[in-house]
Design a protein around this ligand. Structure first.
Ligand code: HEM
Ligand code: HEM
Length: 202
């Protein structure tokens, strides 16, 4: 099912608050961006720690938060399918830039699912018990298997690097549109909206 755009019946590039992302989309966007960064840092930190109960707890925390990210990604995609997103602003943007932005958005969605799912597969294949904040057991999605575990964790890590590369491109595009093309692309995603963005650009 293709993702739709909200307000697709609105012509032209004039953007008002009605065409901004709603508070729910903005909260998910910036909240998940911060949480993904934090989880990546936690992932690298815990992987370098010596084996101990504390390290085991850090792994459990990482898995529990990672599964919340997976749930939020699903919620976000569902919401996007239901409500769509504002049309991309086409004024002054080149066709290849718009195409690249679309491809990067798609890649970000794929990685928001692939990274936690690969972590879940790797953790299941390790055969170790998993709990969600110590409150409930996390089900295994695959039987214990060292080869599957190694592959899944390798791809989990590569997925994080790919995610970082895509976020870099994505952020560079947003900043270029804000400071060079001077359109409303970044403004309509900012939590504090129009006033803050106008000040930033000055
Ligand atoms: C989007 C969410 C996630 C992000 C950004 C993330 C990020 C990372 C990173 C950066 C590492 C360190 C990579 C390395 O040094 O090998 C890591 C390791 C790990 N992650 Fe995740 N992770 C996420 C979700 C999950 C989930 C949902 C699980 C399991 C249910 C999980 C389980 C693990 C485990 C067990 C390791 C240690 C791998 C090893 O021992 O080599 N992660 N994660
Ligand atoms: C982990 C970090 C990030 C992820 C996963 C992410 C993901 C996405 C996705 C999938 C969209 C498409 C709209 C949607 O369905 O929500 C989007 C839109 C947007 N993002 Fe991000 N983003 C991240 C970080 C950033 C950063 C750091 C910036 C700015 C510097 C940024 C600026 C924007 C803007 C301006 C839009 C609206 C684009 C438009 O209206 O065409 N994002 N983001």
């Amino acid at each position: 099912m293709p993702l739709k755009h909200a307000n697709s019946d609105t012509a032209g590039d004039a953007v008002g608050p009605a065409e901004a992302y709603d508070w729910f989309a903005k909260t998910l966007h910036w909240g998940m961006a911060a949480a993904l960064l934090g989880l990546g840092l936690l992932g690298y930190y815990m992987s370098g720690q010596p084996f101990s109960l504390r390290t085991f707890k850090l792994f459990d925390l990482h898995k529990s938060l990672g599964l919340i990210m997976l749930g939020l990604a699903a919620l976000r995609l569902l919401r996007r399918w239901q409500k769509g997103a504002p049309e991309p602003l086409t004024q002054d943007a080149k066709a290849w830039e718009l195409l690249l932005a679309r491809i990067v958005h798609l890649a970000l969605y794929v990685l928001m699912f692939a990274v936690p799912i690969l972590g879940w597969i790797g953790a299941s294949a390790s055969g170790l018990p998993m709990t969600w904040f110590g409150l409930a057991n996390i089900p295994s999605v695959t039987p214990a298997d060292k080869e599957v575990q190694d592959w899944a964790f390798l791809l989990h890590e590569w997925g994080v690097w790919l995610l970082l590369a895509c976020v870099g491109l994505h952020a560079a595009g947003a900043l270029k549109r804000h400071f060079m093309l001077k359109d409303e692309t970044l403004v309509r995603m900012l939590p504090f909206g129009w006033a803050l963005a106008a000040r930033l650009r000055r």
